[in-house]
Design a protein around this ligand. Structure first.
Ligand SMILES: [Zn+2]
Length: 429
């Protein structure tokens, strides 16, 4: 089926300077086919969308999430990290049934789509249930079974099975990676197992890296190395990587990563880092050194909302205060991190992240006539500093409209809320 979008103001996120053009977009099935002025099409069955009053931009890319953690919203907040993990999160996680993971992930997928995220990179356990939720909600998902020393079990087999099932089909919305949890929860044998698996399956590794001072201390005590050196020595950078957090990365770590010419990049999770008092990732320095830096939310427990507009704002403010330099990063650069740079981190820059012919039709429509988005002196500034997820009026993923007039088109949102409330009542007393 073809879809013609007219009256479009397009922020395509192509190039280093923002440009907004008034053109039509013709989509063939799930691919952007033509972007031009006044496209006319003589096709009776063509779906037509009038985008008057809306700005169209590429869907946002969440480079690090744990979708099934949605029941932890507001659960035992404002604690020290280890106290929170050991006394709040882990005891509940032990009791999660596959069906709980399905509904929790479902809620997160809804929240992401309704706030403009069209792709997320998700790491957790029980991922077959998260995949089901992703397929049903319509989001594009990169998924991985999180491996630690204490929980290897059937995860390599599951990863292998699902890589074979999804990764070869170029039209699949699901892509599967290998995931090692973190340097402090994976000993050298576990890391090597993950590297070998990624090489065998021709895929990348998603891992938490250099998130806290505690991690840096533990890894130094155990191996007399930084977390980055530890991973480098075990061959992690020989495959594409998605490195979540990247806060405690020294200049010599940066030099090492440059020498290794890493593919993929870093996922910056500003709100999670603030809420858990983890520290500030030096995004400006990492980008100056040529690394791709995308934005991520992390799990609901540590971020509280999956709204990437909130992450964009926080990322901008953190860099400005970290450098004490308001020019250190601008709104357009932040938007790039949330779109094309995030796509590069996931190795998907040829498919998503910009509005260009030949790319997947993952588009968000932002209603710009709202009070807090006027006047439009600088549209990119307005999106980063003034907009929020509820300004997204319509979402198209893979050529399909999954949200219109702020309502999901294909499912009962209230039913999902009912299920998650029941799970929270049972587990989060
Ligand atoms: Zn995480």
């Amino acid at each position: 089926m073809k879809t013609l979008i007219t009256n479009c103001y397009i922020l395509d996120m192509v190039g280093d300077i923002p440009k907004i053009t008034r053109k039509d977009i013709l989509i063939n099935e799930n691919i952007i086919d033509i972007i031009d002025e006044n496209i006319s099409i003589d096709d009776f069955e063509c779906q037509r969308i009038n985008a008057k009053g809306m700005l169209i931009m590429p869907g946002l890319v969440n480079t690090h999430s744990h979708a099934a953690m949605s029941i932890f919203r507001g659960y035992k907040d404002d604690k020290m990290l280890m106290d929170w993990l050991e006394n709040a999160i882990f005891p509940v996680e032990e009791k999660l049934e596959p069906e709980d993971i399905y509904w929790n992930a479902y809620l997160s997928c809804l929240e992401m789509i309704k706030s403009g995220t069209t792709t997320c990179n998700d790491m957790y356990f029980g991922m077959d249930k998260t995949i089901e939720a992703m397929i049903e909600t319509g989001i594009r998902g990169v998924v991985s079974w999180c491996i630690t020393d204490d929980s290897i079990k059937d995860k390599p087999e599951k990863t292998s099975e699902f890589v074979k099932k999804y990764n070869k089909d170029k039209n699949s919305r699901i892509k599967v990676l290998v995931s090692a949890h973190a340097p402090y929860t994976c000993n050298p044998d576990t890391i090597k197992l993950c590297v070998d698996l990624a090489k065998e399956l021709n895929t990348g590794i998603h891992i938490h890296l250099a998130e806290t001072q505690d991690e840096a201390r533990i890894v130094k005590d155990r191996y007399e190395k930084s977390s980055t050196e530890y991973l480098a020595d075990l061959g992690v950078f020989d495959v594409p990587v998605i490195l979540a957090h990247g806060i405690y990365i020294s200049d010599s770590d940066i030099a090492l990563m440059k020498k290794k010419n890493i593919k993929g990049g870093i996922s910056h999770n500003p709100i999670s880092n603030c809420k858990l008092s983890s520290g500030i990732c030096d995004v400006v320095k990492l980008r100056k050194n040529g690394f791709n830096v995308g934005l991520g939310t992390d799990g609901i427990g540590s971020t509280t909302t999956l709204d990437m507009f909130e992450e964009m704002k926080t990322a901008a403010y953190l860099q400005k205060i970290n450098t004490m330099e308001p020019t250190s990063i601008n709104a357009y650069e932040i938007l790039k991190m949330a779109t094309i740079e995030g796509a590069r981190v996931l190795g998907m820059e040829n498919q998503i992240g910009t509005i260009e012919c030949g790319k997947k039709a993952d588009l968000i429509f932002i209603k710009t006539d709202k009070i807090h988005l006027q006047p439009e002196n600088d549209v990119c500034s307005n999106i980063v500093y003034s907009a929020n997820g509820s300004d997204v009026e319509m979402v198209m993923i893979d050529g399909k409209i999954v949200m219109q007039h702020r309502k999901m088109t294909n499912l009962d949102e209230k039913d999902v809320i009912r299920h998650v409330k029941k799970i929270a009542k049972r587990l989060c007393k």
